[in-house]
Design a protein around this ligand. Sequence first.
Ligand SMILES: Nc1nc2c(ncn2[C@@H]2O[C@H](COP(=O)(O)OP(=O)(O)OP(=O)(O)O)[C@@H](O)[C@H]2O)c(=O)[nH]1
Length: 276
Amino acid sequence: MARAIREVKERLKLVDIVFELVDARIPISSKNPMISEVIKDKPHLLLLTKADLADPEATKDWIKYYSDRGEQAIAIDSRSPFIEKDILKATKKQLANKIASREQRGISQTEIRAMCIGIPNVGKSTLLNHLVNKKVAITGDRPGVTKKQQWLKSPHGLSLLDTPGILWPRFDDQSIGSKLAFTGAIKENLFAADDVALFGLNIFTKRYKQRLLDRYKVTEEDLEQPLPELLLAITAKLGMNDDYDRASQRIMLDARKGKLGRFSLDFVSEMSENDD
Ligand SMILES: Nc1nc2c(ncn2[C@@H]2O[C@H](COP(=O)(O)OP(=O)(O)OP(=O)(O)O)[C@@H](O)[C@H]2O)c(=O)[nH]1
């Protein structure tokens, strides 16, 4: 981690602004806690990626949460070709002083230099590809794929450093680990599948229970049972006999593929005052 931080700090000197990517479903859990310290006063835009998979209400709450704290956050689907306009607008807002100062000094430079930073699998390569309108970086479903380094130019004046800063998430807290695993940000084999599925089921029974009823055809009574019983009921409904490990994998896969609808696992209402 120390080396990754050193490298990010070096690259920060080259850019006007940092695009920090977090997963909209888990904006807190997918944030490396040291990022703010590393970025310091560098202008910075928080991009809530995979917003197409997240609970829109929760995302709205997060945007307001950050805005109330003077931080600009926008929700994006990194795969959308139409995101550059939003990002450029927000970037210019962040850099208004710098742009005005350049103009005053007669500097005609309009190029804005930026770098992406975020934990693995949060959508850095996908975002870069869409901003520069071509396939420029390796993308993959598994963490740790981005390796290349080059400057990339978007058609509208953004110059992006294609060595995204990759900082690993901290998951010494079990619930953060479960959230990262459930959404696919870290390899699921770091955790027992049934533990992660039970964690997800716990949130779904509280917030999205209709999704479980619809997808797995379990009953209201099943939802009232202790979570391991519910998992067994789902396992049976999936025709997987007692293979609750396989059923757990299926539940996680369903969630990641959007088959359980749009959901979030981090919520503003759960933030304590100490988290600010
Ligand atoms: N639904 C959805 N999927 C996304 C979005 N952004 C990225 N993905 C998917 O998430 C997976 C990971 O995306 P990458 O762009 O490879 O993520 P990365 O941050 O570059 O990952 P590393 O190279 O591991 O650091 C890919 O399967 C993408 O298609 C998004 O906004 N919405």
